[in-house]
Ligand binder design. Structure first.
Ligand code: IPE
Ligand code: IPE
Ligand code: MG
Length: 254
């Protein structure tokens, strides 16, 4: 059961980027939906609808390029501050996305999953997400992970609470708590560190996205608004990444 990703072929890669330089894990802060719609004289929510096409294209192309994990910031713990109609629209859109994209997810052998305080999402949204997760669980291609009701600080606080509970119950010795023990209690303990973090719409900030997992991520900020983000923009980000010299605190060639 489950589907395998397509076998690697020369046309799978970007001709000018060595396969080894394709980031294994990409995270995207999808920003600028509202600005895109307003620029066209439309309501902000039209930008969220249009953003779905960008999500589909980014996921397909990342899967094709052999990216292992794509994590998309779709709704932050802070986004509840927005006007209620916009929040409700986003929740409906998420449900529709989870339902409508199932064939596409399967055709690309993608395993769909979520991180965040997802149990606090409306029931209809949550059950659609869970079902898509279940249906794609056996797929062996790229992981497509939506960060929903997600905050990097909330994730660390939740992990700290789980550690404290385990310590109080005698399951872990407090003096033995290390990075691995904390990482094992994040929303998705199997998640890789992010290699390339992309932010659209030009803002030079992290906005509480994946604080733990971006420690050594290379950052690419593009002025392109999310609804306009297409394959060539993704390729530009990957080319930019491929040129970076990653040192992880050490010295290259030493
Ligand atoms: C990103 O677009 C989508 C979400 C945060 C849900 P925005 O809605 O933040 O768009 P701008 O930043 O206002 O243009
Ligand atoms: C970050 O975008 C959250 C998501 C993309 C889901 P925001 O638009 O909420 O971030 P700020 O308010 O500009 O920092
Ligand atoms: Mg924004």
């Amino acid at each position: 059961m489950g589907r395998d990703p397509p076998a690697p072929t020369p046309e799978r890669i970007l001709p000018d980027v060595p396969v080894a330089k394709i980031p294994a894990s990409i995270g995207i802060i999808m920003d600028g939906n509202g600005r895109w719609a307003r620029r066209l004289g439309w309501e902000r929510i039209k930008g969220h609808t249009a953003g779905i096409d960008s999500v589909r294209e980014a996921a397909q192309e990342c899967a094709r390029l052999g990216v292992k994990e794509l994590t998309l910031y779709a709704f932050s713990v802070e986004n509840w501050k927005r006007p209620r109609p916009e929040v409700e629209y986003l929740m409906t859109l998420l449900r529709r996305f989870a339902e409508d994209e199932r064939p596409e997810i399967d055709a690309n052998a993608i395993r769909f999953t979520t991180i965040g305080r997802v149990s606090e999402l409306p029931e209809a949204t949550l059950s659609a997400l869970r079902e898509t997760e279940r249906l794609s669980a056996a797929n062996r291609g790229m992981v497509l992970r939506l960060a929903l009701n997600y905050g990097g600080r909330a994730e660390l606080a939740d992990a700290a609470r789980a550690l404290a509970a385990d310590a109080a119950a005698g399951r872990i010795d407090p003096s033995k708590i290390d990075e691995a023990a904390l990482a094992a209690r994040l929303y998705d303990p199997a998640m890789r560190d992010v290699d390339l973090m992309i932010r659209t719409a030009g803002e030079m900030r992290v906005s509480n996205f994946l604080l733990w997992q971006i420690s050594y991520a290379e950052i690419h900020v593009t002025p392109v608004l999310w609804p306009e983000f297409r394959k060539p923009h993704l390729h530009a980000a990957i080319r930019d990444f491929a040129k970076r010299e990653r040192r992880f605190g050490g010295l290259v060639g030493a």
